[in-house]
Design a protein around this ligand. Sequence first.
Ligand code: AMP
Length: 281
Amino acid sequence: MKTVQDIPELRQQVSQWRAEGKRIGFVPTMGHLHAGHISLVELARSRCERVVVSIFINPLQFNQASDFDAYPKTLPADQQKLEAVGADLLFLPDTEMMYPEGQQNISRVSVPGVTEVLEGGCRPGHFDGVATIVMKLFNLVQPDIAVFGEKDYQQLLLVKKMVADLNLPVEIISAPTEREGDGLAMSSRNSRLSQQQRQQASGLHQVLLEARQQLHEGKMSIAQIEAEAMQALREAGFEPEYVSFRQSGDFQPMSGAGGEGRLLAAAWLGEVRLIDNIATQ
Ligand code: AMP
């Protein structure tokens, strides 16, 4: 696997592969790779002859400087994992290269409709930062397909909508959430949990499973189930931000158990913010 840090070298390699008629798959990440990320690379690998992975901790999408500063960095281990799974190229730009004019005056991409609520409501500016960096990376890597995890469900919807709205020539593939044995969704931020918090953390997934069960039992309204789930999270030691049932298609609030839906939640455990979601069926 080649590690490439500068843009001309990346463009040169991509052009060569394109000229050879190779299909290119792309997996953007922020590093500190775990089995969830690797499952995305495997999916890209199974569909493409060349796989590019990027590691870039994008300052534009962090609404808290402390979260950006504390984001874990484990490059040598990441490179080994990518090598082992058969990635062809690791693109590793630095902030100066991605934002040479600084972050204030850069052109930005906004994706209305799916970004105003939940994560967008809690993290102002986050989704513009995500859309902008994904657009930049798509323009640099020019992949045929790009793989995103359901773990960041709203982000997945954003990317699909941006690609449709702006006619980008890339196919977006989604991958299911990889979990630890106790149900905790794998996340780079999990390593910041203390031992005790790590034990509590599986409560987030448990509460989502219970809320889904209550939806199917049909004894409570959606609003009641959401409120109970918030309370259950508080009792399990979390500071929850939201628990919300949303329709899969348009991301509007669900009004009943029918149709395809998603149950999403965000909650703090100490200094660490965790998110998770499950299908409602
Ligand atoms: P990140 O490094 O957190 O920006 O994530 C990079 C990609 O990996 C995104 O598409 C995420 O949705 C995906 N991802 C993160 N955690 C998981 C997981 N537990 N299972 C599957 N995909 C994941």
